[in-house]
Design a protein around this ligand. Structure first.
Ligand code: PEP
Ligand code: MG
Length: 572
């Protein structure tokens, strides 16, 4: 065997080594014969049985992932259950068998194909991604018609790199549970697909867009998956293996914890490393790694995960637990960012009313009583640590003034009720174009700002985040970089702390630009914190400054990528 490389698009971070394990695709065994009249009822019964079996299969899988996936991620399976439980869909298949005298397998195939064809027409990338889910449901239904055995996925183990033709949420969840070394997929691994979300948040290095057919011949070959370079190296050379071994990531289950205190560049420039947390699992990881604090608690996750809005007591318990466990390190609690692609069932918002409703702080100010409960819980939790509060999707300074008035009022009431109250630091997420325009005014009102590059990027590119076609590294867009630089400069000018808390902060090359721009802190998913810390310790601030200066003068994203590639190749 000789060394081969396969280039794709990575959707998570990290590096892994292991033997390739090719996950067999289900064979779609379709009976194309016209069904005898006397056999029609039998076909319908077989269809019913297959639907039931598939439903139970999904239900069991979902149950099996409790405690491993967050509730939010577990809800991905609900889509499968809804489709299988949909009477209209069942009737459609049933009528196709009766009227067209199709076999049950052919009825399943054609009826689902009709939906897939409809979805293919959609311009909504998020909806298009459901095609993979429908395909998976179809395969499972047909497999269950014949009682065919499962694929070989059950045999994969934590020493393998999985090769899959089509990444579905279920395959992703199974691979996450098996804690594989990496995943390579041909389809279904778009940056925002459900399967990708699961693997990314499990810290499993994953690369999409690599031909399944070519890799199917490489079964069992020792390989390296490297998300930084978007590459899978099959049968690497010995020296390469040694190099990768020395740089290999702090994978979530390596339990390798960097406990070397504060993070700074080789030439002594300090950078705060904070974690973003959206669920219990994120928090458990955050507690085990060397970080300076929690830079973003996405509290809307609470509203999404609970069937009803958590009351003051519950919210207080959760926020104070985070504060206590962080033992005096700063914890920035962001008030609920409801709206956009974040739709909690508990608030009774459906996708239609959502289109008309506001998002982030604007919505909170419209829903005062719900907002006051949350603010009060946060203020009370401050007694147990360095709790700070920040506000999402701020679009003007007036909103900040209004929330400050509410906080003052709540604080006075608590004091009147003999409650211990600590003064709480106030921050704003800078993630809308209008917040950037009003930045100087906003900065005067707050103690710190966090730049939310995920939303800011989508605003600049004029895309709805829910169905975003934007690729991961679009955040290297010079226009976004210039806006970030402006925000950092203005904050430093007025002596206020500034952090970046979007996905961008977890990308090594993007992080070096942010550091060169002078950002004080990076807040990122906990899985990537150790890797970023290690990387920062290997770079020079002076070089990062020069790099940042050069990239913001670029006129295109390609120019930025060229400069970065050149810098990486020059050995940093
Ligand atoms: C952001 O927009 O960059 C951000 C951190 O907020 P969220 O991803 O929660 O919208
Ligand atoms: Mg945001």
């Amino acid at each position: 065997m000789s060394r081969k490389t396969f280039i794709g698009k990575s959707i998570s971070t990290g590096t892994g080594m292991g033997n390739l394990f090719v996950i067999q695709d289900y064979e779609l065994n379709i009976n194309n014969d016209i069904v005898e009249l006397s056999q029609i009822e039998n076909e319908i019964t077989a269809l019913e049985v297959a639907v039931c079996k598939t439903f139970i299969e999904i239900h069991d899988l979902k149950d099996g992932f409790k405690g491993i996936l967050s509730e939010e991620e577990n809800r991905i399976f609900e889509f499968y259950k809804e489709v299988l439980d949909d009477r209209t869909f069942f009737e459609e298949m049933r009528n196709t068998i009766k009227e067209k005298r199709y076999s049950a397998t052919k009825a399943i195939y054609t009826c689902i194909q009709k939906y897939i064809d409809d979805l293919t027409q959609s311009n909504d990338e998020y909806i298009k991604l459901r095609i993979y889910d429908l395909n998976d449901i179809r395969k499972r239904l047909i497999k269950n018609m014949y009682d065919e055995c499962e694929t070989n996925i059950g045999k994969i183990n934590s020493n393998h790199i999985a090769v899959v033709k089509e990444l579905t949420p279920i395959i992703a969840a199974t691979l996450s549970k098996k804690n594989v070394k990496g995943v390579v997929a041909q389809e279904g691994a778009g940056y925002y697909s459900h399967g990708s979300i699961i693997l990314r948040s499990s810290g499993i290095p994953t690369i999409g867009d690599i031909s399944f057919e070519k890799l199917a011949n490489e079964e069992d070959s020792f390989s390296i998956i490297d998300c930084t370079s978007n590459i899978l190296v099959v049968e690497p050379e010995e020296l390469e293996v040694l190099n990768y071994k020395s740089t290999i990531n702090y994978h979530i289950n390596n339990k390798e914890i960097e406990n070397r205190g504060p993070v700074s560049t080789k030439d002594g420039h300090a950078v705060g490393i904070h974690a973003n947390i959206s669920n219990v699992r994120d928090f458990s990881i955050a507690k085990t790694i060397n970080i300076d604090g929690i830079g973003l608690v996405r509290t809307e996750a609470l509203f999404i995960n609970y069937k009803k809005i958590p009351d003051e007591k519950r919210q207080f318990l959760i926020y104070s637990k985070i504060a206590k466990d962080m033992a005096g390190k700063p914890v920035v609690i962001r008030t609920a960012d409801v709206g956009g692609d974040k739709v909690p069932e508990s608030l009774g918002i459906n996708s239609e009313s959502l289109k008309r409703s506001s998002r982030g702080i604007k919505r909170s100010l419209e829903q005062k009583s719900e907002f006051m409960i949350q603010l009060k819980s946060i203020i009370r939790a401050a007694e147990f640590g360095d709790v700070r509060v920040s506000f999402p999707m701020v679009s003007n300074v007036q909103e900040i003034r209004e929330v400050k008035d509410i906080i003052n009022k709540l604080t006075e009431d608590l004091i009147l009720n003999n409650k211990e109250v600590k003064k709480i630091k106030i921050g704003a997420l800078i993630e809308t174009a209008s917040a950037v325009e009003q930045l100087d005014e906003i900065l005067k009102e707050v103690d710190f700002i966090s730049i939310g590059t995920n939303d800011l990027l989508h605003q600049i590119c004029n895309y709805n985040r829910k169905c975003s076609p934007l690729e991961k590294r679009t955040y290297l867009e010079p226009e976004l970089l210039r806006k970030i630089k402006y925000c950092i400069d203005r904050a430093i000018h007025i002596n206020k702390k500034v952090s970046v808390c979007g996905e961008m902060a977890a990308d090594l090359e993007a992080a070096v630009i942010l550091i060169g721009m002078g950002v004080h802190e990076l807040s990122l998913n906990p899985v990537s914190c150790s890797n970023i810390s290690k990387f920062i310790r290997s770079i020079n601030f002076n070089e990062a400054k020069k790099l940042a200066k050069d990239v913001i003068e670029c006129s295109s994203i390609e120019g930025v990528k060229d400069i970065l590639a050149h810098w990486m190749c020059s050995g940093m």
